[in-house]
Design a protein around this ligand. Structure first.
Ligand SMILES: Cc1cc2nc3c(=O)[nH]c(=O)nc-3n(C[C@H](O)[C@H](O)[C@H](O)COP(=O)(O)O)c2cc1C
Length: 213
C-alpha cells in the first residue's frame, strides 16, 4: 500500500520534511558572495547540483525566509541578484562543523568568514572570495534565476556558469579527483549527514561509450 499525498493539500513544513528525507543524500554548495557594500557572505545550500557541462552550470536554490512577518530573500540570493557573481566551495568532512555554523542567520553586515574563522582567498575572475580551507572552488557568473513564488519557503533556482575552477593537489591527482582524499559529505533529512563510508562500483550496461555519463 502506498499513501497518496497531494502537495496542494499538505502544509509546507510537512512537505519540506518529506522532500528532504526522500531526495537524499544531497550534495552541499557552500556559497560565498559579496554584497554591494563589500560584506563577504557564506552559506550552505543542499538544494544543489551540477546540471550542465557545456556550458558548465551549477544550480542551487535558496528559499524565501520569514523576516518581520514578511517573505524575505536570504543574503546569498540578494547578493547574487545585485552582483551576478558567486563561488561554490566544496565541503569536505573536516569542514562540516564550520559549514554548519555559517548557516546561522547572521546580520547582512556581518561576515560569516570572520564569525566562524575561515580564510578568504581571492578569486581569479569574480569578486566574491573563495574559502581557502575548501579543497575545490568554482567561480561562477550568474546565468539565470528562476523564482518559483513569493511566499516563505518559495525557492529561487540560481543557475551559475563556472568561469574558473580551483582544485587542491591533495585531492586532484593525475587529472582525477581522489574520492577518499576529498572525503565529501552529503545532507540527509532532519539533522543527519553522511560520509562516503558505504560505496560501491556498478558497471554500466554493455556497449556504452567509455566516457559517457
Ligand atoms: C547543510 C545545510 C543545507 C542547507 N540548504 C539550504 C537550501 O538548500 N536552501 C535554503 O534556503 N537554505 C538552506 N540552508 C539554510 C541556509 O544555509 C541558511 O538559511 C543561511 O542562513 C542562509 O544564509 P544567507 O542569508 O547568508 O544567504 C541549509 C543549511 C544547512 C546547514
Amino acid at each position: 500500500m502506498k499513501r497518496e499525498l497531494n502537495p496542494s493539500e499538505t502544509n509546507s513544513i510537512d512537505l519540506y520534511k518529506i522532500l528532504v528525507s526522500a531526495v537524499m543524500p544531497r550534495p552541499i554548495a557552500w556559497v560565498s558572495t559579496t554584497s554591494k557594500d563589500g560584506v563577504d557572505n557564506l552559506a550552505p545550500f543542499s538544494f544543489f547540483n551540477a546540471v550542465s557541462v557545456k556550458p558548465p552550470i551549477l544550480a542551487f536554490a535558496p528559499a524565501l525566509k520569514e523576516h518581520n512577518g514578511k517573505p524575505t530573500e536570504k543574503d546569498t540570493l540578494r547578493n547574487i541578484r545585485e552582483t551576478g557573481e558567486f563561488v561554490v566551495n566544496v565541503v569536505s568532512r573536516d569542514l562540516v562543523e564550520k559549514m554548519n555554523q555559517t548557516s546561522f542567520d547572521y546580520a547582512p553586515d556581518e561576515s560569516e568568514f570572520d564569525a566562524v574563522g575561515l580564510t578568504r582567498e581571492p578569486s581569479r575572475l569574480v569578486k566574491p572570495k573563495r574559502v581557502a580551507e575548501s579543497p575545490i572552488n568554482f567561480e561562477c557568473r550568474l546565468y539565470q534565476i528562476i523564482d518559483f513564488g513569493r511566499e516563505v519557503q518559495s525557492g529561487s533556482l540560481i543557475l551559475g556558469e563556472i568561469v574558473m575552477t580551483h582544485l587542491d593537489e591533495r585531492v586532484f591527482k593525475n587529472g582525477k579527483i581522489d574520492m577518499a582524499e576529498l572525503n565529501p559529505v552529503g545532507r540527509l533529512g532532519g539533522l543527519w549527514y553522511c560520509g562516503i563510508g558505504d560505496r560501491f562500483e556498478l558497471k554500466r550496461p554493455a556497449k556504452k561509450r567509455e566516457n559517457a555519463e
